[in-house]
Design a protein around this ligand. Structure first.
Ligand SMILES: [Mn+2]
Length: 356
């Protein structure tokens, strides 16, 4: 059995960084944060602003970036603002001004201010890093544990549910329009698994309550952007569940889907999100393993833990990475070999587990 070095795997699991970190004292946050109290005062003197987030943008990244963009165009119309993000998932395109996002960074404009959001390091900004590098001033707003506070001003709180929750704090409540509220709500919903992960706090819920009072259609937002799956996605989920097996006396559940099965259901890797989460909520399991076959016959591995197993530790062994409860890697071999190898690793962390 061999494994493959895929550094990108480490970057594939942005979900809810806060839920796996030890809670810091949010208001002191280890001294890296300067005195940024609100966004308005940061915008007072600037004429041009670039907004950017991480590559492969997720709900929190899109929501938080568009919230700031909509805030600027609504309340600071004299400022020329641009948002730079890689193409966003279709489900987020209903957000106000999603159609104005620049997917490429052709302009060589140097901005007065560059605000980077939901991004733990400049390496994850993709092409938009050039606007960060050339801006007169930079601001970083983020909740990733790994964030080194790399900007001039940093509003970085790793224990918070989402960057969108931080944006909520930085805006004046009365200036949060319905459209801005929708952006923030989407980000909070996605990074908390609909207010479910342990990063969800009373602050998150209070903010969500205020956003609900802005008249947003919160039921539709949750359904349309989080729960709704295409028919093809449901078919492949069903196939994965049919293929699943219990290992280690029922402590681990594992499932693999092959290229052929993906072709039959007409799905791409990006349509497999959520399958491993469904496996994880099987009664009695400590961890879930989901594999899908890459074009070259290798396997992309996703792992989730309910707490006792540190899946990041296992992923790192195979040059992958992630969080304690959510991690991934890529491996070679038959699907059964891969599952057995990973179960052996999990067995070491699960005293009492008997047979594979
Ligand atoms: Mn986030």
């Amino acid at each position: 059995m061999t494994w493959i070095n895929r550094k990108s795997m480490i970057k594939k699991f942005p979900f809810c960084a806060g839920s796996f970190s030890q809670a810091l004292d949010g208001e002191k946050a280890d001294g890296k944060n300067k005195d940024m109290k609100d966004l308005a005062s940061q915008l007072a003197q600037v004429k041009t602003v670039a907004i950017a987030g991480h590559v492969r943008p997720d709900g929190d990244c899109v929501g938080s970036c568009l919230a700031v963009y909509n805030y600027i165009v609504t309340w600071f119309p004299q400022i020329e603002a641009d948002v730079y993000l890689e193409p966003i998932p279709n489900i987020f395109k209903f957000l106000k001004h999603a159609d104005r996002i620049h997917n490429t960074c052709e302009s060589d404009k140097a901005y007065d201010l560059c605000i980077v959001q939901d991004c733990g390091d400049t390496g994850r900004l993709g092409e938009a890093v050039k606007y960060f590098n050339t801006a007169k001033k930079t601001i970083c707003i983020d909740h990733h544990v790994s964030n080194g506070s790399f900007a001039d001003e940093n509003y970085v709180f790793p224990e918070r549910s989402s960057t969108s929750e931080l944006i909520f704090e930085l805006l004046e409540e009365e200036r949060i329009t319905k459209e801005i509220a929708e952006c923030i709500y989407v980000g909070m919903v996605h990074d908390t698994g609909v207010f479910q992960y342990s990063c969800t706090s009373a602050k998150t819920m209070n903010a969500a309550g205020i956003l609900m009072e802005k008249g947003i259609d919160f039921t539709k937002i949750v359904d349309d952007t989080f729960y709704t799956k295409t028919f093809a996605q449901n078919k492949i989920l069903g196939q994965a569940l049919l293929n699943s097996q219990l290992c280690l006396d029922g402590m681990v559940i594992a499932a693999a889907v092959t290229k052929e099965e993906m072709e039959r259901c007409q799905v791409l890797p990006k349509h497999l999100d959520g399958i491993v989460s469904q496996l994880r909520v099987t009664k009695g399991v400590e961890a879930a393993i989901f594999l899908y076959e890459n074009e070259d016959g290798t396997w992309k591995i996703s792992m989730r833990s309910n707490g006792r197993v540190n899946v990041a530790e296992i992923a790192v062994k195979y040059q992958g990475g992630g969080h304690v409860r959510a991690a991934g890697a890529a491996m070679e071999g038959s699907s059964q070999e891969v599952i057995e190898t990973l179960c052996q690793d999990m067995k070491k962390q699960l005293p009492g587990a008997q047979k594979l």
